[in-house]
Design a protein around this ligand. Structure first.
Ligand code: ADP
Ligand code: GLC
Length: 484
């Protein structure tokens, strides 16, 4: 097995900086790749929490001027992850959310902040750090999207490049006046370059110039090649379909392990599922829900955004109440949705409970204590919460889109394949179809033997990175070989 060296580039990495699943993926994939002979270093911005974690790290580069100020690149290890941090105080020394300031708006210099990240990836790709010259530069999402373009324009020799789309809805669009400031050559401002509807798109840059494109599920790989799912980039993705593939995400099964989880009330396993009941009681207590062991308890853990379809869930609250179900929701995001959920909880004490915020430990308790986890997304590149739910015996109720379609098996499908069903899927993504899915789930829930079987099949599903990382390893190796 030829060893392969990969420089991963991303704006988030669990457990240091996280706003969503991107961080989980970037944080977990490197460990799973090791067994395939792939060595990864992950380049991230030197946000305050990253620098704190790398306090004893080595300084590998020190440049007096880089995108408006002096920078260092630090190399160190945290929690088994080998990191490079771009320490650029003028760009990243800001606490809190990595993208938005205290006023809730994107930082006005986000273009420069992530052009700098991408440029550093390109520099390392071309040998700036002699102790680690990668065979592959792997860019995650728009924040790293300029890296493949900058490497392309820098000319040969260069490493192979991979662009992974975690969410096509975030494209990193900026004014064309910024071209030079971003470090892009004049010729790149063209239809076959980084130009996008009169501006510059970082994601388009990555999709245009990367040697390989991946996204996080096979179904999403198809959806993004359509006009609707392509969100403006469908044509380019169709053109590049020969190098585009979908590789499902896994989850870190040591972080998400109900047999050892320190954040839940009682530990359990597929062999000993009885303790789930204690978690359900704890979850009901924690959320102030009625202590009703026989009411089906629905859990939601989500960003509150249009993508996630949680406005549809609001519309079916009458169904939830009529069916005698309970709802425990943890989420943050759109003000309007936050307010509507908070009001709903006030109006329905004991039945509907809501925690607005971001709380990693509480997410674990919801997975352990809810009977079913609802994910009614309008689109979902992969989705990780339904994978955690499978592992924790919370039966997923999901819309039939993207990675949700690929990771949950409904009764209707397995009639053909003979597999064991693991959840309930509904389509199309409307409140009527969701209400139907919830009613169907409640019927199944009231048939204890069937429900137990659903839970067992879910808990037996392989949601780990083990095999999925092998797909990335094969892709890297194939690309590294063709470029050697
Ligand atoms: P996305 O990345 O689109 O938000 P994913 O399902 O891929 O969706 O990943 C979301 C990740 O963030 C999961 O690890 C989930 O548990 C976590 N998460 C989302 N919202 C919250 C929240 N309010 N509190 C704690 N964890 C959350
Ligand atoms: C994005 C997507 C989500 C996916 C995650 C990790 O945030 O919205 O579906 O699971 O990235 O790939």
């Amino acid at each position: 097995m030829t060893p392969v060296r990969v420089l991963a580039v991303a704006s988030e990495v669990y457990p240091l900086v996280k706003t969503g699943g991107l961080a989980d993926v970037v944080g977990a994939l490197p460990a799973a790749l090791k067994q395939y002979g792939v060595t990864t270093r992950t380049l991230v911005p030197g946000y305050p929490d990253v620098l704190k974690a790398l306090a004893t790290a080595e300084t590998l580069l020190h440049w007096p001027e880089f995108y408006g100020g002096p920078i260092r690149v630090l190399g160190g290890t945290h929690d088994g992850l080998d990191l490079f941090a771009l320490d650029a105080p003028h760009l990243y020394a800001r606490p809190g959310n990595p993208y938005v300031g205290p006023d809730g708006r994107d930082w006005p210099d986000n273009g420069i902040r992530f052009a700098a990240l991408s440029r550093m990836a390109a520099e390392i790709g071309q040998g700036a750090i002699t102790s680690f010259v990668p065979d592959i530069v792997h860019a995650h999402d728009w924040q790293a999207g300029l890296a493949p373009a900058l490497l392309h324009y820098a000319g040969q020799p260069r490493p192979g490049t991979v662009m992974t789309v975690h969410n096509l809805a975030y494209q990193g669009q900026f004014s064309p006046d910024m071209l030079t400031a971003f470090g892009l050559p004049g010729e790149s401002y063209a239809l076959h370059g980084v130009e996008y509807f009169g501006g510059i798109s970082f994601l388009k840059a990555g999709l245009r110039f990367a040697d390989r494109i991946t996204t996080v599920s096979p179904t999403y790989a198809k959806e993004i090649q359509s006009d609707e799912g392509g969100m403006g980039l469908g044509g380019l993705l169709r053109e590049r379909s020969g190098v585009l593939s979908g590789i499902l995400n896994g989850i870190d099964i040591s972080v998400w392990n109900p047999a050892t989880d320190p954040d839940i009330a009682a530990r359990f396993s597929a062999e000993q599922p009885a303790e789930r009941a204690a978690n359900k009681a704890a979850l009901q207590r924690r959320f102030g829900l009625d202590p009703a062991p026989d009411a089906m308890l629905l859990g939601v853990i989500s960003r509150l955004s249009w993508q996630k379809g949680l406005d549809l869930l609001l519309e079916v609250i009458p169904t939830i109440l009529r069916e005698g179900m309970q709802l425990a929701l943890l989420g943050s995001g759109d003000r309007d949705l936050q307010d509507r959920y908070a009001a709903l909880a006030r109006d329905n004490p004991g039945r509907i409970a809501v925690v607005i915020g971001y709380d990693e430990a509480l997410a674990h308790l919801i997975q352990a204590g809810s009977d079913a986890l609802v994910v009614p997304s309008r689109f979902e590149p992969c989705g990780l919460t339904q994978l955690c739910a499978l592992r924790y015996g919370a039966v997923p109720i999901v819309s039939r889109v993207g990675g949700l379609a690929d990771t949950v098996l409904d009764f209707d499908e397995v009639a053909i394949t003979g597999d064991a069903p693991t959840g309930v899927k509904f389509a199309p993504v409307t409140s009527d179809a969701l209400a139907h899915g919830l009613r169907k789930a409640n019927l199944l829930f009231n048939d204890k033997v069937t429900w137990r079987r659903l839970q067992q099949a879910g808990m037996a599903t392989d949601v780990s990175w083990h095999n999925r990382a092998g797909r990335y390893a094969a892709l890297y190796r194939e690309l590294a070989t063709t470029r050697r």
